[in-house]
Design a protein around this ligand. Structure first.
Ligand SMILES: NC(=O)c1ccc[n+]([C@@H]2O[C@H](COP(=O)([O-])OP(=O)(O)OC[C@H]3O[C@@H](n4cnc5c(N)ncnc54)[C@H](OP(=O)(O)O)[C@@H]3O)[C@@H](O)[C@H]2O)c1
Length: 187
């Protein structure tokens, strides 16, 4: 079965994520301690990427992890958290964070109406849902040289294959291998 794509949308959706060599983005309990400490002055292309993003769209599990960070990292972006629950947002974030739920295509249409042009899609389940809906245009995947054996996966079942075009691969210190892929439109 061929994947239905929705690339006619004016909104570009990108993934920028680190994963273990065996495809996990976190330990089973959400732990990220296996990610190497960044070298001073090296952010693996993240600041260049995030500067182009106007909207960060993430699943509730990822948002809960973000709330534990010492500093809130999305001062310059509109943040949308996907959840079926009623989230109690910290007071400092009530005017910065919006909650949504529903079908990925409908969510993207709402974001487009709100003026979004480049959406950073984050969180394993969320990325899988948007990939299955044919809504991701590019993925920047940073492979960390570790086999976790178990954890929260990035990829999973698909309704059809998704062909990718390799754009470039950069090797960073600690053996981090970052590959940029474009998702190809199926005719
Ligand atoms: N390695 C990295 O670079 C990296 C990056 C990002 C995240 N992570 C890690 O990944 C883990 C989180 O990933 P995850 O796969 O557990 O999930 P996730 O995508 O962050 O969150 C999943 C949750 O989002 C909500 N959701 C997703 N799509 C929805 C939709 N269309 N409508 C309504 N609600 C929707 C649901 O929340 P409700 O249950 O509230 O309905 C669902 O349980 C965290 O541990 C995080 O630290 C790692």
């Amino acid at each position: 079965m061929s994947l239905e794509t929705n690339f006619h949308t004016p909104v570009r959706c990108s993934v920028f994520i680190a994963l273990s060599l065996d495809g996990f983005i976190a330990r089973p309990d959400g732990g990220l301690d296996w990610l190497p400490q960044p070298e001073p002055g090296e952010d693996y292309g993240y600041s260049r990427f995030i500067e182009t993003v106007d909207t960060v769209l993430m699943g509730r599990n990822t948002f809960e992890q973000v709330l534990t960070f010492p500093e809130y990292p999305y001062a310059d972006q509109h943040v949308v958290v996907l959840t079926t629950r009623l989230l109690a947002l910290p007071a400092r974030l009530t005017d910065k964070v919006q909650c949504m739920q529903g079908d990925p295509a409908q969510i993207l249409a709402r974001l487009a109406e709100q003026g979004a042009r480049h959406v950073y899609v984050d969180g394993g389940e969320t990325i899988r849902r948007f990939l299955r809906a044919g809504l991701i245009q590019e993925m920047i995947l940073t492979r960390v040289p570790v086999l976790l054996g178990r954890g929260i996966p990035l990829f999973g079942d698909l309704d059809g294959e998704i062909p990718l075009e390799h754009v470039e691969t950069v090797v960073y210190s600690h053996g981090l291998v970052q590959s940029h892929y474009r998702v190809l439109l199926k005719g």
